[in-house]
Design a protein around this ligand. Structure first.
Ligand code: GLY
Length: 481
């Protein structure tokens, strides 16, 4: 948890932003519902608790069963939660009072959780607007839809078409929160650096454990152990597979086999829930084959190019497109594609090899704020999302600004089903050398990912140590382990 002044200042900034959306007396309430415990299989056996990220950002309380209200007209605020009773004390031990938790985040007023609903109903009766953020957890969706009298479907999306009181999540509040959370404060960057150090340690442990005969699942266990011993845990389910052509492969049943490539895409949360997200691709026997090395070096140069291009005043959409052009130029050198690189970029040929975007925002969430709406978070008002494979999956396209934290994660994959589909449908005809590509059907995939902070004049890689990335450095590291 940060110093209380951080939370006070964030709420004041939010209040200021929301003041611009309506005259005094017509603004209403901004409500924040924290997460609750979620049973895995029966009540009392819950999933590990993870707080709702915007609640954490403005209210800091990292426990289930809390909510908060910010009155956008008067500036008053209240933290809602229940003090523990003797049963809770028997099972969980003594806990600080809700009032003391409110004081810890600089909030003057606290009340029971039941008062949250009462206060909202009273405000609605007075015709006041209720602003809330789009929900992702089903429990929160049901609670909010019940409170505001809307459908679960509508409370999950942000809209300014607030025709019946507060039917939809508030576009104004959502945009204000996004504008704040997109630009990371110094204390947040320090936490992301910590998460990156844990990410460094988990990937280093994985590389050391990557030996012929070992099960992929054993490596996952070793990596995830590191995250729990050093921080809160993983920032997303670990992706680790020798079938790296499947972008999010969570099957870990195979045995490490020399000659194959192991894609490891994994990250950690610091104890305060800031994320890291790194990807490395390892040669399973410790040495890349020459064919693997050719493709690997292209991906590594794409990663480096994005790092060199990412700076304020450049959009990440343009960086993605420059990387796509460089990738196609390099693949042309290998005879896998042919023709004008410009034409290939315009036709979206890069999507055959990299069907995902170059990167995403990262912060308290590994895909930061994706619950608030991918396009609202990742696109400026004057940008529209492409429909092309690859570019259409770009989650962060915005004009870069100091304080943005983004991932730089190019990849090249040979996905037989996708290549066959393009061939059959004539997509990429004249550009793609389909017969050469058949030789790559057993190749798998390669992805390489670092986390970047946009600075005043460029960017820096987050974390104090960088995982080996050049093919020669990876081989050298594996030879010594
Ligand atoms: N690193 C996993 C993802 O970006 O989806």
């Amino acid at each position: 948890m940060f110093d209380k002044n951080i939370y006070v200042s964030r709420r004041n900034t939010l209040l200021g932003l929301m003041k611009q959306t309506a005259p005094e007396g017509q603004r209403g309430l901004a409500i924040f519902l924290g997460n609750n415990d979620a049973p895995q299989n029966y009540r009392g056996n819950d999933y590990k608790f993870r707080q709702e990220s915007s609640f954490l950002y403005y209210w800091g309380v990292d426990e289930p069963g809390f909510a908060a209200v910010l009155d956008l007209d008067s500036g008053e605020e209240c933290l809602y939660g229940n003090d523990v009773d003797i049963d809770d004390i028997i099972w969980m031990g003594p806990q600080p009072s809700v009032a003391s938790k409110a004081a810890r985040i600089g909030s003057a007023r606290s009340a029971s959780f039941a008062a949250f609903a009462t206060d909202i109903i009273k405000a609605k009766e007075k015709g006041r607007r209720i602003h809330f953020l789009p929900t992702s957890r089903y429990y929160n969706t049901m609670v909010i839809s019940g409170l505001v009298g809307s459908t679960p479907e509508n409370v999950r999306k942000a809209s300014s078409q607030d025709i019946s009181g507060s039917e939809y999540a508030s576009l104004e509040l959502t945009k204000a929160v996004i504008s704040m959370r997109l630009i990371k404060e110094k204390c947040e960057i320090e936490e992301i650096d910590k998460a990156c150090e844990i990410g460094y340690l988990m990937h280093t442990a994985a590389r050391k454990a990557c030996k012929p005969g070992v099960r992929e699942q054993d490596i996952v266990g070793i990596m995830e152990g590191v995250t729990i011993s050093k921080g809160w845990g993983v920032s997303f389910a670990t992706i680790l597979s020798q079938n790296g052509e499947t972008l999010h492969n969570h099957m870990h049943h195979q045995i490490i086999t020399p000659g194959r490539l192991l894609v490891i895409d994994a990250g950690a949360e610091s104890n305060t829930h800031y994320a890291s997200d790194f990807t490395r691709t390892l040669p399973c026997g410790g040495k890349f084959t020459s064919r693997q090395c050719e493709i690997y070096d292209i991906v590594a140069s794409c990663n480096e190019l994005a790092y060199n291009l990412a700076k304020p005043g450049t959009s990440y959409r343009d960086v993605h497109i420059s990387v796509a052009a460089h990738m196609l130029e390099s693949l042309k050198g290998l005879g896998l594609v042919k023709g004008s690189v410009n034409d290939m970029v315009n036709e979206g040929i890069a999507g055959l090899f990299m069907p995902h975007g170059l990167g995403h925002n990262m912060g308290i969430d590994v895909h930061d704020m994706e619950d608030l709406g991918e396009n609202l978070v990742g696109y400026d008002d004057d940008q529209t999302r492409s429909r092309q494979l690859g570019l259409g999956s770009l989650r962060m396209a915005r004009m870069l600004r100091p304080g943005h934290v983004i991932t730089d994660e190019p990849g090249i994959y040979f996905i037989p089903a996708l290549i066959e589909k393009w061939k059959k449908e004539g997509t990429g005809k004249g550009f793609v050398n389909f017969s050469r590509l058949e030789e790559y059907y057993d190749f798998g995939g390669i992805r390489l990912e670092d986390d970047l902070l946009i600075t005043e004049d460029g960017c820096r890689r987050l974390g104090s140590r960088r995982l080996p990335i050049l093919s020669s450095d990876v081989e050298a590291a594996m030879a010594g382990e």
